[in-house]
Design a protein around this ligand. Sequence first.
Ligand code: ZN
Length: 202
Amino acid sequence: MHHDFEGELVLKDNGMDVKDAHVLFIYGKDKDSYWSGQHLCDQVLYHMLTMFQALHPASIDDRKVMGIWIFDNVTSHTVFAPSALIEQLLNVNNSGVNVPKMQATTWHNSEKVEHAQSLQWPDRVQKGMHTILLEHGLPVESKVRWYILCNGSVKKDLDQYSHTDCCLLHILELQPDFVGQKSEFEELLKAQGQCIMFLPNH
Ligand SMILES: [Zn+2]
């Protein structure tokens, strides 16, 4: 079963603060600034999803109803959660000033065996690129470069994820869990049982 909505998504007499999906926003440096990915994230999660779940309680309880959320593919739609796996934010070595605490992850090795990995040590120190890749079973013991002077020779191709012929940053960029990192609202919508799609770039 599916429903098509025509016109605007509106809630009536629901006793809730949120009644439509609009967000009033005044552009400009001296006003509400500029529309950002964080604004979109808030609009989707706190307006649209709230309304959708009020209209379709079955999407919460037994998940028999699923929304399909379609977005165009612009960079403002890729706001990552503070704990997202973003390789550029890591140091080569463990810890570091301003390095975020990244969430635990799972990934598959070349034999398709799933591994769970914490990206922090038990004392909550963030692991660096070197440790993370060693724990992926990759022979990077002698690699110490972040990416300076690298030749960037590894292609961004998931089939190449066990390649180690480059710097730590480019090797980490190929790891499936880092490649597959979703934007914050994509992660949160999926956690609510929703389906989300992005239109191709044009
Ligand atoms: Zn490189």
